[in-house]
Design a protein around this ligand. Structure first.
Ligand code: NDP
Length: 296
């Protein structure tokens, strides 16, 4: 059986690794070691002390860190992942990363005979727990074929989109559209409440009309109207994703004033709300500015 290791047991990594752990023999590593120890105890996995120690025990390593720069840094140094992985190994990066850094990572790994694919995911922490994530892969066909059975542990839709970097490009654009939609729905609802329409009724009518979206159909009813505001995906990470999409626009020479503005607004929200805020809390800034509450 393929020996698998998972690095990065955060909000997404923990439930993704949990699903892989049921195969047996999983090795985990986390920057804060106590979290890896807790995971190992709860799920019958082995905790490695360093990325190198993990790399030496596995055929496939899976990363889920905040950024591609974090993944690149994890490879290097005497205790880095590259020092442990053997030729013939595979690194699958489920980080929502950036295509340019992933291409550099792939080239660096190739020197050691190690394959790479970017495999970011969509579907949130609920999707990770349920094993219903969409996985967006960039890599060569043989690598993707090798990765599929493992990715199926947490993904129900696995799409091969092109060469290394294609998965990250797809994910960045998806999340830029999500960010844009959060702002637009927040602004639209704020103005409707000001115009005398109760928030819950406005959402109900929107969802029976052509302005509806995932934000209006799922996120706002579950988190904003209920006043629950759970923290599942850090706003800082969504701001990072819009930044990746904006860099892609620049690199490819496509004008993107709409996504640029969404990026600026999310960068501002990040500065105002901090690193721990949830992505949907961008709507709280709109509420505050407008002097309305959308709960109801
Ligand atoms: P979290 O902030 O919850 O977790 C981040 C994880 O990365 C933690 O295990 C953290 O370790 C580790 N980490 C942070 N910085 C470093 C570093 N420099 N070196 C090594 N490890 C590090 O993030 P998420 O799990 O939410 O997100 C992970 C990735 O998945 C991101 O790219 C995000 O954009 C993406 N994503 C998130 C979704 C969500 O709903 N949350 C949905 C889809 C994609 P430690 O415990 O020590 O802090």
């Amino acid at each position: 059986m393929t020996a698998v290791g998972f690095l990065g047991l955060g909000a997404m990594g923990w439930p993704m690794a949990t699903r892989l752990a049921s195969r047996g023999g999983l090795v985990v590593w986390n920057r804060t070691a106590g979290r890896a120890a807790e995971f190992a105890e709860r799920h019958g996995a082995r905790a490695a002390a360093t990325p190198r120690e993990l790399g030496a025990q596995v055929d496939v390593a899976i990363t889920c860190l905040p950024t591609s720069a974090d993944v690149a840094a994890l490879l290097e140094g005497p205790d880095g992942l590259l020092a442990g992985l053997r030729p013939g190994a595979l690194l699958l990066d489920c980080t929502s990363g950036d295509p340019a850094t992933s291409r550099r990572i792939a080239a660096r790994l190739e020197e050691g005979g190690i394959a790479f694919a970017d495999a970011p995911v969509s579907g949130g922490t609920n999707g990770a727990e349920a094993g219903t994530l969409t996985v967006m892969i960039g890599g060569d066909a043989a690598t993707v074929a090798r990765a599929r059975p493992l990715l199926a542990a947490f993904g129900s839709r696995i799409e091969h989109l092109g060469p290394v970097g294609a998965g990250h490009a797809m994910k960045a654009v998806n999340n830029a559209l999500l960010a844009l939609n959060i702002l637009a729905v927040g602004e639209g609802l704020a103005v409707l409440v000001k115009a005398g329409v109760p928030a819950a009724k406005a959402v109900e009518v929107l969802n029976g009309s052509s302005g509806r979206s995932f934000v209006s159909e799922s996120l706002v009813p579950e988190r904003v109207l209920t006043g629950r505001w759970p923290r599942t995906f850090r706003l800082a990470l969504l701001a990072k994703d819009v930044g990746i999409a904006r860099a892609l626009l620049r690199d490819t020479g496509v004008d993107g004033p709409v996504l640029d503005l969404a990026g600026e607004l999310f960068d501002r929200a990040r500065a105002e709300l901090g690193e721990a805020a949830d992505y949907l809390e961008a709507i709280r800034l709109i509420e505050r500015q407008a002097g309305v509450e959308l709960r109801g």
